[in-house]
Design a protein around this ligand. Structure first.
Ligand code: IP8
Length: 250
């Protein structure tokens, strides 16, 4: 049973300060993931390792070779921290850097080297991907968010559990998480969502929902849950987490 788990950059980092990791959270998350690592693909957000430099260099609107290099190298550092923590927690993680295996067309994934990821899963290695910069056929280069990667991988691997961990309890309405959400619920919600604490170039909660609603249209449900609360990641990996389920409209 293939599982795709995303951990948002807002949990792993302080999104208001450049390249500011939260080592205690990274360790805690690694331990929770270690409890249920079979057939898992992990994707993490870029947090303050990606969004701040992307914004500084005008990515993705501007083509900046220096911006691409600096931003990629920075998100790789966060990935190193995550991979190292997972290794210490007894998992066999392997870094997968989307810049080297993803091709975009107008900001959307057009090609992805999936076979190595499949092989890692078969061989009990945990692929660890992250939001990244990527080459784009029409726009030279762009940004591929962790959320877009989650939706793509969940679809390509026909994942049965898709769990997206954020720092809130789901999609909130008047401070309360919605139990379920389908595409028809989106328009009335749109004014209230989309904000992200700190700098975010990939659309915050709104960007996330659009990816997950597209995935739901393909028949794959997902859950948005609070990964900052201890125990929720382990629960989500067993398919039992509280949060907002993103479903296909009937
Ligand atoms: O944090 C963004 O990925 P996300 C990637 O998953 C960059 O939205 C480079 C800003």
């Amino acid at each position: 049973m293939t599982k795709v788990l995303k951990i948002g950059g807002s949990i792993l980092t302080d999104k208001t300060k450049p390249a500011a990791a939260r080592p205690a959270e990274i360790q805690r998350i690694a331990k929770e993931i270690a409890s249920s690592v079979e057939d898992l693909v992990l994707v993490h957000g870029a947090g303050s390792f990606g969004h701040i430099s992307a914004k500084r260099y005008g990515l993705p609107q501007k083509f900046s070779p220096e911006g691409l290099r600096v931003t990629h190298n920075s998100v790789v550092k966060l990935n190193d921290l995550m991979v190292e923590a997972l290794g210490k927690a007894g998992v066999s993680p392997m870094p997968v850097h989307p810049f080297s295996c993803t091709l975009l067309r107008d900001g959307r994934i057009e090609g992805f080297a999936l076979e190595p990821v499949k092989e890692m899963i078969r061989d009990d290695l945990l692929p660890v991907l992250h939001g990244d910069v990527a080459m784009d056929i029409n726009r030279k280069a762009g940004i591929v968010s962790g959320d877009q990667l989650v939706a793509y991988l969940a679809w390509a691997l026909r994942a049965e559990i898709v769990a997206v961990g954020t720092n809130v309890d789901g999609v909130l309405i008047s401070g309360r998480p919605l139990k379920d959400l389908t595409r028809k619920d989106l328009p009335p919600l749109e004014r209230g969502i989309g904000d992200s604490s700190g700098v975010d170039v990939t659309g915050g909660m709104r960007g996330k929902l659009l990816e997950l609603l597209d995935l739901a249209d393909e028949g794959i449900e997902s859950v948005i849950f609070n990964a900052a609360k201890e125990g929720n990641i382990a629960g989500a990996l067993k398919g039992e987490s509280a949060g907002t389920k993103v479903r296909r409209a009937n």
